[in-house]
Write a protein of this length. Structure first.
Length: 254
C-alpha cells in the first residue's frame, strides 16, 4: 500500500462528534474519520447527496498528535434582530422567529499529522484533488481553514514510518536535546500495534451517508498509544514552520 501525509493545523479546529444540531456543538480531541472522509469527498467534488463514500472504506488512517491544543467555547448567535422570515429555518419549513443561541467548542493551536494508507487506485486521484480541491478544505467547520503546509506528501511508500522518523514535530526541542533523547507522542491508530499496550476507543464516526436528510454513521475502533519519537524531530519554535516547509518541498524537488 502507498499513502499520503496531511498536516492539520490552524488557529481553530472543531471535530464535531455527537451534536450536529444541538445547542452545544462539541468537538472531539482529534480529527474524526467522518470529518476526514468529508474533507476527501469535498476535495474530489462529491456532494452530500451523491453517495459513493464506500470508495474510502479501504483507506487506513493514523493520527499523530503533535499538539493537542487548548479547548475553548464560543458563545454564538444566529438570526437575532431580524424579521421572522429572515431568522433561522426550522425542520418544518418555517422560521424560528428569534435568535438561535449555541455554544461551539473548538481546539485552539492544535496540530495533527495524518497518515492515509490505501490502494493506489484510490489514493492517486485523491492526492491530485487535495493539490487542487474542488471545494476548499477546512478543519471540521468552514470557519476553520488549514495552515500551510497542508499536504506534506502526495505519495509515499510508507506513511506510518514517516510519522515515526521523518515528519518534523510541531514541538520545541526538549531540554538536553541529545541525539539519544526521545519525546513521548500520542498516536491514534485503526489497528492495534503489535506488542504494544493500547487503549481502545469505540467511536460512531464511520460515515455511511452524508445526505442532508439521511446522515448515518457506523462504529469503528481506535487504539490510542504513547510512543517515543526521536527528539531530533523537534526544533525551537522559530524553526518549526521552516522545517515543515522544507520537508513538504522535498517531494517537489525529487
Amino acid at each position: 500500500m502507498s499513502g499520503l501525509l496531511l498536516r492539520l493545523a490552524g488557529p481553530l479546529q472543531s471535530w464535531g462528534e455527537r451534536s450536529a444540531f444541538n445547542p452545544v456543538r462539541d468537538t472531539a480531541s482529534f480529527p474524526t474519520r467522518s470529518a476526514l472522509v468529508g474533507l476527501f469527498a469535498a476535495a474530489e467534488g462529491i456532494g452530500r447527496d451523491d453517495g459513493g463514500l464506500d470508495r474510502y472504506d479501504t483507506l487506513r488512517i493514523t493520527v499523530r498528535v503533535d499538539r493537542p491544543g487548548i479547548r475553548l467555547t464560543d458563545y454564538h448567535t444566529v438570526g437575532g434582530g431580524q424579521p421572522k422570515a429572515r431568522t433561522a429555518a426550522t425542520s418544518g419549513g418555517s422560521n424560528k422567529g428569534a435568535a438561535v443561541i449555541t455554544e461551539r467548542h473548538y481546539l485552539s493551536d492544535a496540530v495533527f499529522v495524518v497518515a492515509v494508507s490505501g490502494p493506489k487506485q484510490t489514493l492517486a486521484p485523491l492526492a491530485g484533488a487535495l493539490r487542487r480541491p474542488h471545494w476548499a478544505p477546512y478543519l471540521g467547520r468552514r470557519s476553520c481553514p488549514p495552515d500551510e503546509p497542508f499536504v506534506l506528501r502526495h505519495t509515499t511508500d510508507d506513511p506510518e514510518s514517516e510519522l515515526l522518523t521523518g515528519v518534523p514535530l510541531s514541538r520545541s526541542t526538549p531540554r538536553g536535546g541529545g541525539a539519544d533523547d526521545t519525546v513521548a507522542v500520542e498516536f491514534l491508530r485503526e489497528e492495534a500495534p503489535a506488542g504494544s499496550t493500547a487503549d481502545r476507543l469505540d467511536l460512531y464516526d464511520m460515515p455511511v451517508s452524508f445526505a442532508r436528510h439521511g446522515r448515518s454513521h457506523g462504529m469503528r475502533s481506535l487504539y490510542r498509544t504513547l510512543e517515543d519519537l526521536p527528539a531530533t524531530l523537534t526544533s525551537p519554535q522559530p524553526q518549526q514552520l521552516q522545517r515543515l516547509i522544507d520537508y513538504a518541498q522535498t517531494e517537489d524537488r525529487a
